[in-house]
Design a protein around this ligand. Structure first.
Ligand SMILES: [Zn+2]
Length: 693
């Protein structure tokens, strides 16, 4: 068996052993926040001035930080992930990107409330600020920051999650993300001090924001949170339209080739309560559409902004996909934290932020008023699927906060499943890249596959291990293990209970186990914690006859089963009657049955009322799974079974089960996993057409 424990703690090979999950003081054993739950309280006031030509900004921030933890803090940690573009960063070294464009934060100054400088210490993308007076539990400190930041191109080899896109030599779209000193999350396990290199994303606190930004005239600015200054920033005619955006029809606020009026007033002001982050985009010469989704707790505004080139697929699908996703998911999971969500297309940048989703897929360049251009199936479903995915992130990690750095598979796995759920409701023929059990075997049997719990900087294929496999696992949890109604209720309750708080994967596991009442530790271990795959073999199927049947009853039953063909017997049919048939006096009971039927008369018997099928299943993979079976009869009737995973508890490698057979017809096929629902990697051993006797 191929089992490799991925977590640091000593994990067992025993598939049904109870899982050892970390339980901290903020979580209860039932997967809900504990009565002593705490999280840090933060509020930022940030003022920034953007230089669009230089793709840079200069900013100051005031942070009020209240220590709600039971610990005294001498140091506060912040992350400035764009430092990976700075010379000498770990990312440059690891990915040999030494000669690439430099960017990141420069001239960071930190002072206390009396404006006295505080000591800072860099650790790659992290910076420690040493407080003059240790911050005791319940105390608040005010920090002042000033800094400059330079963006890199969106096509930088280190794969940025922010950056600028040039069109015709101009910086047309600039995504300012990870642009201010973001407080690293302090939790019951301390600080997560692993720097951001490339793949392990962000460990952040929820915070209140008040942000003011000065940008160049002619640029539209879209940001996280509630936009306070639309009336000043937008030209009157556009503002009027903006105010009238409804759920009924999409409104085009800025059209193609529509010159952006130069008299828009600065600054742009935004406010947000309990947002996981604050991000903004400045853009010019974009098409900008908007529509609302009505929700019982307040309408949600969706807008889509995309540049004039390559806009055909965005024009046709972006706003529709956004409206559809918000409508469907808020129905299921409750309202997202953001009241407005902007979709922005910057080529190559795909990343979720509160109220702002960057989606990099664009499709071919073509005029929106012209005929449909040539585009591939993948181009189409990348655009729509990319939007559905980033919108689904509005629930995790934006509404329920998670530690993306430590548990990249948690938010990506849930989000990838939600996206799959949306995709398959959008179209029955949607090209879904993640979430379908039929296709997961190839990924999980690959020699370099690592399980979802693997740290994102160490996983070989993040899309396989953090997106596809967890999404498939959740699909199986819903369709095969819990059923749709129970799964949907449990997931909705989880989002409701953890709304605005920090949840970990362990909380989710405990919550599902407790709410469902099912023993699912084997499932979490097999699909999330260990390297392995599903491979169940239908090894043997044998007919057992009732002990008290006499010879004639047996013979009558066996005659339903065809004997194995014989080429000699078939060809001898051309010769006409055999000698025995021409001389009926020679016939006896042995002449009237073939060797096989004679042998079958000696079939195994048992004290049962009707014939049974003894089925041997072998678990050749490492993950025990329920066994969906279909029993087909020669007359076309079918009986379906779903054997519980408990099957494997006695012997996780091989089991025998008994199925009752109809007494008056032959089985023609026993089919394991006919609907490809358990993610089995090998399907050549899933069918038996001739039982043994
Ligand atoms: Zn994602």
């Amino acid at each position: 068996m191929l089992l490799i424990a991925a977590s640091a703690q000593a994990e067992t090979d025993e598939p049904f052993a109870p899982l050892e999950l970390p339980l901290t003081e903020i979580s209860s054993p039932t997967g809900t926040p504990s009565t002593s739950y705490w999280q840090q309280q933060l509020s930022y006031k940030i003022d920034a001035r953007v230089n669009t030509d230089k793709a840079s900004l200069t900013a100051t921030a005031v942070l009020n930080y209240r220590n709600q933890s039971p610990d005294t803090l001498k140091t506060l940690w912040f992350e400035l992930p764009q430092q990976r573009f700075a010379q000498g960063s770990l990312a440059r070294e690891k990915y040999q990107a030494g000669a690439s464009e430099a960017g990141g934060t420069t001239r960071l100054r930190v002072t206390d409330s009396a404006r006295q400088p505080l000591k800072t210490g860099w650790q790659d993308t992290l910076v420690a600020v040493t407080l003059d007076t240790p911050l005791k539990p319940g105390q608040q400190v005010q920090l002042h920051f000033a800094w400059d930041l330079k963006l890199v191109s969106r096509s930088h080899p280190l794969v940025p999650r922010s950056g600028y896109e040039q069109i015709n030599g101009e910086n047309r779209l600039l995504a300012f993300a990870q642009w201010y000193p973001r407080a690293l999350r302090y939790g019951p396990q301390g600080w997560n001090l692993r720097p951001f290199v490339k793949n392990a994303e962000f460990s952040l606190e929820m915070a209140d924001f008040s942000v003011t930004i000065d940008a160049s005239p002619q640029y539209l600015l879209l940001g996280s949170g509630d936009w306070q200054s639309a009336g000043q920033n937008l030209p009157e005619s556009v503002f009027k339209q903006y105010q009238q955006v409804s759920a009924d029809t999409p409104a085009t606020l800025l059209g193609p080739g529509q010159p952006w009026p130069v008299n828009n007033q600065q600054p742009w002001r935004f406010k947000g309560e309990q947002l996981r982050d604050f991000t903004f985009v400045v853009a010019r010469d974009v098409i900008w559409q908007a529509r609302k989704v009505t929700h019982s707790q307040g309408d949600i505004l969706i807008t889509a902004a995309y540049p004039d080139n390559g806009r055909w697929l965005w024009h046709k699908y972006a706003l529709e996909a956004g409206v559809f996703a918000i409508d469907q998911l808020s129905e299921w999971l409750g309202q997202p934290a953001a009241k407005s969500i902007h979709l922005v297309n910057i080529a190559g940048l795909g990343m979720e932020y509160p109220g702002l989703k960057l989606v990099g897929f664009r499709g071919p360049d073509a005029d929106i008023t012209g005929p449909a251009p040539q585009y591939s199936r993948t181009q189409k479903y990348d655009v729509i699927g990319g939007i559905l995915h980033e919108i689904a992130h509005a629930w995790m990690p934006m509404t329920v906060n998670t530690d993306e750095r430590a548990e990249g598979f948690f938010d990506e796995g849930i989000t990838s499943y939600l996206a799959f759920w949306l995709e398959q409701r959008w179209s029955e023929n949607f090209q879904s890249f993640y979430g379908e059990p039929a296709r997961v075997g190839a990924v999980m049997t690959a020699t370099d596959y690592l399980p979802p719990v693997t740290f994102a900087e160490e996983v070989n294929s993040k899309l396989d291990s953090h997106y596809h496999v967890p999404a498939v696992a959740l699909n199986i949890l819903r369709e095969t293990l819990l059923g749709r109604a129970q799964f949907d209720t449990i997931v909705a309750d989880f989002f409701h209970i953890w709304r605005g708080r920090n949840a970990g994967f362990s909380d989710f596991v405990r919550f599902v186990n407790q709410q469902s009442g099912e023993q699912l530790d084997w499932f979490w271990r097999g699909w999330f914690m260990h390297r392995g795959y599903v491979d169940i073999e239908l090894e043997r199927a044998q007919v057992i006859l009732p002990q008290d049947w006499n010879r004639d009853q047996k013979l009558a039953y066996l005659q339903h089963y065809p004997s194995a063909p014989s080429l000699t017997r078939i060809r001898n049919g051309d010769l006409g009657q055999t000698y025995e048939q021409r001389n009926p006096g020679l016939l006896d009971r042995h002449s009237l049955m073939d060797d096989q039927t004679y042998a079958r008369l000696g079939a195994k018997t048992k004290a049962v009322e009707q014939p049974q099928l003894r089925v041997t299943l072998r678990n050749k993979g490492s993950i025990p799974m329920p066994a969906p079976l279909q029993l087909h009869y020669a007359d076309g009737t079918v009986q379906s079974y779903l054997l519980s995973v408990d099957l494997w508890r006695q012997n996780p490698e091989q089991v025998e089960i008994m199925l009752s057979l109809a007494p008056d017809k032959a089985m023609s096929l026993l089919h394991l996993d006919p609907l490809l629902q358990i993610g089995d990697a090998r399907r050549v051993n899933h069918r038996i057409t001739q039982p043994e006797f």
